[in-house]
Ligand binder design. Structure first.
Ligand SMILES: [Zn+2]
Length: 335
């Protein structure tokens, strides 16, 4: 285990907080108590997939293992620098070409349950979509039970505002004393529904009350186009909200009046948890999505003055941060 001095050498942006703030509460890293399994369909592949969550030791982070692939393959860390595609979902992969798709909703659940270390085994190419929200994953994690570990939790502190813009989309991370998210979403010509705005205070309690059940959504013509291309094979009204102009095709209707923007918040939480640790800062997203969130983390970590990793003062409880020095060489893609 590395101590504080070693960390300072290899990780110049690391701060050691002793005065006030989050670390003062001595939050500990967490994993789950026992393995748990669920099954469901992959929204893109259409395959029936079994997923098992297993406890993992301090400093592991969140890692995915494809059990249908050779055991010679490395686990895939759920981290921004392993993102390989953001077209229809967030997809990560290792340098041996093994990938896992649709990780964003379980990552949001892990954020909300404050899970730091976990192994996720899958016998197929993607995380099952379940009902399109984060609720089944939170239920699964809570069924497993959550256990505290001996090491303290570090976090990533945003030191200056980083903004990424592309067309009508904008995402930013700004310094703030806590973590919070605000998202704005307009349907534009895709549906005759009013623009939606949502502010989320970052707390697990608010997540479980206001965000957890927000489902993924799509537009009728776009969904039909995906199907014609052989994509979204597992997509249905069982796991997605489908909007047609000013109507929703799902007979049960919306779960929240502004379910779409709440799902945007959910996706952003999952994508931002790929930072490798909780973030202290404010995220703002306008017409945001997986690609924008991925570009934002790349831009943040490419600028050594924009962030630091804060670890608690108690040296005996330090563990190696969930992120590696490779972060300092991340590529910024700022349009
Ligand atoms: Zn989503």
């Amino acid at each position: 285990m590395l101590n504080a001095n070693t960390l300072k050498k290899v990780w110049p942006q690391t701060q050691f907080r002793s005065q006030e703030g989050r670390a003062q509460t001595l939050e500990r890293q967490k994993t789950i108590r026992r393995p748990v399994t669920c099954q469901g369909i992959g929204v893109h592949s259409g395959q029936q997939i079994t997923m098992t969550l297993k406890p993992a030791s301090i400093g592991t982070g969140i890692v995915f293992i494809r059990t249908d692939q050779s055991k010679l393959y490395d686990p895939i860390p759920a981290r921004w620098d392993y993102v390989v595609d953001t077209m229809l979902c967030t997809k990560i992969g290792n340098n041996q070409g093994v990938t896992v798709s649709t990780i964003e909703h379980i990552m949001a659940a892990l954020y909300a349950c404050e899970i730091d270390n976990l192994t996720i085994e899958l016998d197929g190419p993607e995380v099952p979509i379940m009902d399109g929200s984060a609720e089944p994953f939170v239920d699964l994690i809570e069924a497993a039970g959550i256990s505290e570990q001996k090491a303290l939790r570090g976090f990533i502190k945003v030191l200056k505002t980083i903004t990424v813009k592309r067309g009508k989309s904008m995402v930013s991370l700004s310094p703030a004393g806590t973590f919070s998210v605000s998202c704005q979403f307009s349907f534009n010509e895709r549906a005759k529904l009013a623009a939606q705005f949502y502010e989320f205070d970052g707390s697990p309690a608010s997540f479980k009350r206001d965000i957890i059940r927000a489902r993924t959504f799509g537009f009728r013509q776009e969904v039909e186009h995906l199907w014609s291309l052989g994509l979204a094979k597992g997509g249905s009204l069982e796991n997605a909200v489908v909007i047609d102009q000013d109507q929703i095709l799902n007979p049960e209707g919306f779960r929240y009046p502004d379910e779409c923007v709440r799902h945007k918040v959910l996706d952003a939480l999952g994508d931002l948890y790929l930072a490798g640790a909780p973030i202290e800062g404010h995220f703002k997203g306008v017409q945001c999505g997986h690609h924008m969130q991925s570009m934002l983390l790349n831009a943040l970590f490419a600028d050594p003055l924009a962030w630091c990793f804060v670890v608690p003062e108690r040296e005996d409880l330090h563990s190696w941060p969930l992120i590696s020095p490779v972060m300092t060489t991340g590529t910024a893609v700022v349009a």
